[in-house]
Design a binder for this molecule. Structure first.
Ligand code: SAM
Length: 279
C-alpha cells in the first residue's frame, strides 16, 4: 500500500493537465495557474502545446512525450523531477491517458514515489455520454476499435452481452463502416453520435443504429464519439428463467398463486407480470 497526500510537499509531484477538446475557453484558471508555475511542460505534440499555451500568453520549455517514446520520455521526466524541476504533462486534447499517452508515464512516476495529480478539464466521452440520453449509471468506455475489420468485428462481438452503455471513439472517414459493424454485431440499438463537441458545429444525432447507418457519411465530419445502448435483453432471459421456476414449483405441488408469490420474491418481479407471462 502507498498512501500519500498530493499537496503536503513530502514528495515531488507530476501534474496531468486536461486540455480543451475544442473550445479554448474550457481551460480552467487552475490549469493555467499550474502551467505557469511549471519549469517543463511535457506534451504529446509540442507544436500543439506551443499554440495552445500561446493562446493564453504562456511560453514554457516543452518536451515531447508521445505513444512511441513514452517509456524513454517518462524516464527523462523522472530524472528532471528528481532534480527538482516542476513538470506537467498534457496530451493533445482532453485527458492524458484516455485514448492518449499517459498511462506508462503515470505508472513510472508511482513506481518511483512521485505523486501524480490531475487538473480537471473536458473529456470527449464524458460530454457525449451525459448528453446522450442513454443510461449513464453504468457504462463501458472502449475507445477506438481496431482498424482491421476482422479484429473490430471480434471486439464488437465480445461487447454484445454487456448491459452497460458502450462508448467508442471514431474518426469521420470510418464512421459508416463502424456503424455498420456495430449494427451487424450488436443488433439494432439506440445510439447517440456526438460530434465536434464544444465547437461551433457541435451536433448530436440520436436514434437507432438502423437509422444512423443510412446517413450520408459526408455529412458526419469532424471528431466523433459514439454512445451505444447496452444489451437490454435481460427481460427475455429472465422471462425464460421465471417460466422455468414457476413450472418447477407447480410440479412440486404449489398452487399457481403460491408459485407466483415465491417466484415474484425470488426475482423481485411484479406478480401480475408473472401471471401474464406464464398463465
Ligand atoms: N484524450 C481525449 C479525451 O479525453 O477525450 C481523447 C483523445 S483521442 C486521441 C481523440 C478522439 O476523441 C477523437 O477521434 C474523437 O473520437 C474524440 N474527440 C476528441 N475531441 C472531440 C470532440 N470535440 N468532439 C467529439 N469527439 C471528440
Amino acid at each position: 500500500m502507498d498512501r500519500n497526500k498530493s499537496f503536503d510537499g513530502n514528495r515531488p509531484i507530476l501534474y496531468l493537465i486536461a486540455t480543451p477538446i475544442g473550445n479554448l475557453k474550457e481551460m480552467s484558471p487552475r490549469a493555467l495557474e499550474i502551467i505557469s508555475e511549471m519549469d517543463i511542460i511535457a506534451a504529446e505534440d509540442t507544436r500543439n502545446a506551443f499554440s495552445l499555451l500561446a493562446n493564453y500568453g504562456i511560453k514554457k520549455e516543452l518536451f515531447s512525450l508521445r505513444e512511441h517514446n513514452e517509456m524513454e520520455a517518462s524516464q527523462h521526466l523522472l530524472e528532471k523531477i528528481k532534480s527538482g524541476k516542476k513538470v506537467a504533462y498534457m496530451s493533445d486534447a482532453g485527458y492524458p491517458g484516455i485514448s492518449d499517452p499517459g498511462y506508462i508515464l503515470v505508472k513510472e512516476m508511482i513506481k518511483n514515489d512521485i505523486n501524480v495529480s490531475t487538473i480537471s478539464g473536458s473529456c470527449a466521452f464524458i460530454n457525449a455520454l451525459v448528453a446522450s440520453g442513454l443510461d449513464t449509471k453504468h457504462f463501458f468506455f472502449y475507445g477506438f476499435l481496431p482498424a482491421k475489420e476482422n479484429e473490430a468485428k471480434e471486439e464488437i462481438l465480445s461487447l454484445k452481452d454487456k448491459k452497460e452503455t458502450l462508448i467508442f471513439y471514431e474518426a469521420p472517414h470510418r464512421i459508416n463502416k463502424t456503424l455498420n459493424l456495430l449494427r451487424d454485431g450488436l443488433g439494432n440499438r439506440n445510439i447517440c453520435l456526438a460530434r465536434e463537441l464544444t465547437k461551433l458545429n457541435e451536433e448530436y444525432i440520436r436514434g437507432e443504429l438502423d437509422e444512423l447507418i443510412k446517413i450520408d457519411e459526408a455529412t458526419i465530419k469532424g471528431e466523433i464519439v459514439l454512445i451505444v445502448e447496452g444489451n437490454k435483453e435481460e427481460n427475455a432471459i429472465d422471462d425464460d428463467k421465471i417460466a422455468t421456476r414457476i413450472a418447477y414449483f407447480v410440479k412440486l405441488g404449489l398452487s399457481q398463486k403460491d408459485a407466483i408469490n415465491v417466484v415474484s420474491e425470488e426475482f423481485n418481479v411484479n406478480k401480475n407480470y408473472i401471471k401474464k407471462l406464464v398463465f
